[in-house]
Design a protein around this ligand. Structure first.
Ligand code: ADE
Ligand code: ZN
Length: 326
């Protein structure tokens, strides 16, 4: 007999997802033991209890610390597959995974091991779950831009199966402009481009992402609403914005879900999709994000279907693949 559908949700793509942000405390402890790495917490309960964040940086500090348990290609494959299983159960049919490659390489993990592990997880996810996946190399704002360029060179030399590049990590205090050469080189090699902007930083960071980095998509972009000209441009060009309302509340970029700008963004005609960002840390996979905003704003079934369709249209899938989903 066929298994019952896992949910009645519309199929969707997840576009804003950090692989390291899917590491559940239980798996973190399993990997810590497997790799003989110690975590500064007694057990998964104690680790989860530390998930009380005051801003982006307070989260990033814990996220980078916990990421240290990831050491081998198997670890990255297991983590990728664990995420894809959970995502598939919530209706995800396509996922674009940002990976913090610089963090792992800086710790001495060979780049090819990280890439091979994630690629194996994505291939297994496609074969076992029917979920397609793409890998995005997220450059890290808090690390030198020259390191990002070297990373890109190494990825290109490896012929790594990377669909695109992104820009993540600490937004305020670390400039995006130095990453322009890395983005330009990525574009010249046919890689797609996304960048975090206006999560904690001002609206002009969106303009910078588009004009200086050549981003095709913007991650978060919630503070774009503070500048009517920026909004007008994003609406005109229908730039995909990968919005993560639960993340924004947990990192206190907005005070509460009820005060999240999602309804204003939709009313303005912005091209929004719903995403989880770092679901293990924020307590919400994308289906739970969908539930939370539906409850908070009374989104109609049609509106939810529109948001799900927007997720495929905003993806880096080729147009003929998008057409299969919407
Ligand atoms: N890396 C992981 N999650 C992030 C976020 N919400 N903003 C910036 N960088 C991140
Ligand atoms: Zn993010």
């Amino acid at each position: 007999t066929r298994p019952a559908p896992t949910s009645a949700r519309p199929p969707r793509a997840e576009l804003h997802l950090h692989l390291e942000g899917t590491l559940e405390p239980e798996l973190a402890f399993t990997l810590a033991e497997r790799n003989e790495v110690s975590l500064p917490f007694a057990d998964p309960v104690a680790l989860r209890a530390a998930y009380a964040f005051t801003d982006l940086q307070s989260f990033l500090d814990l996220y980078h610390a916990t990421s240290q348990v990831l050491r081998t290609a198997d670890d990255f494959a297991d983590l990728t597959m664990a995420y894809l299983r959970r995502a598939a159960a919530g209706g995800v049919r396509h996922a674009e995974l940002m990976v913090d490659l610089q963090t792992h390489v800086a710790r001495g993990v060979p780049l090819e091991d990280v890439v091979a592990g994630v690629a194996r997880g994505l291939a297994d996810g496609e074969a076992e779950l029917g979920v397609s996946g793409l890998m995005i190399a997220a450059f890290l704002r808090h690390r030198p831009a020259t390191e990002a360029e070297e990373l890109l060179d190494d990825l290109l030399a490896l012929g790594a199966p990377v669909a695109g590049v992104g820009l993540a990590s600490t937004e305020v205090g670390f400039a995006a402009a130095p990453f322009a050469p890395a983005f330009a080189k990525a574009a010249a090699h046919g890689l797609r481009r996304t960048a975090h902007a206006a999560e904690e930083g001002p609206a002009w960071h969106v303009t910078e992402a588009l004009d200086v980095l050549g981003a095709e998509r913007v991650d978060h972009g919630i503070r774009a609403l503070e500048d009517a000209d920026v909004v007008a441009r994003l609406v005109r060009d229908q730039v995909p914005l990968t919005v993560c309302p639960v993340s924004n509340v947990r990192l206190r970029a907005v005070p509460s879900l009820a005060q999240h700008p999602l309804p204003a963004m939709l009313a303005a005609g912005l091209n929004v999709s719903l995403n989880s960002d770092d679901p293990s840390y924020f307590g919400g996979y994308v289906d739970e994000v969908d539930d939370a905003v539906t409850a908070a704003f009374g989104l109609s079934r049609d509106r939810r279907a529109d948001l799900a369709a927007a997720s495929f249209r905003g993806s880096f899938l080729p147009p003929e693949h998008v057409a299969r989903h919407v």
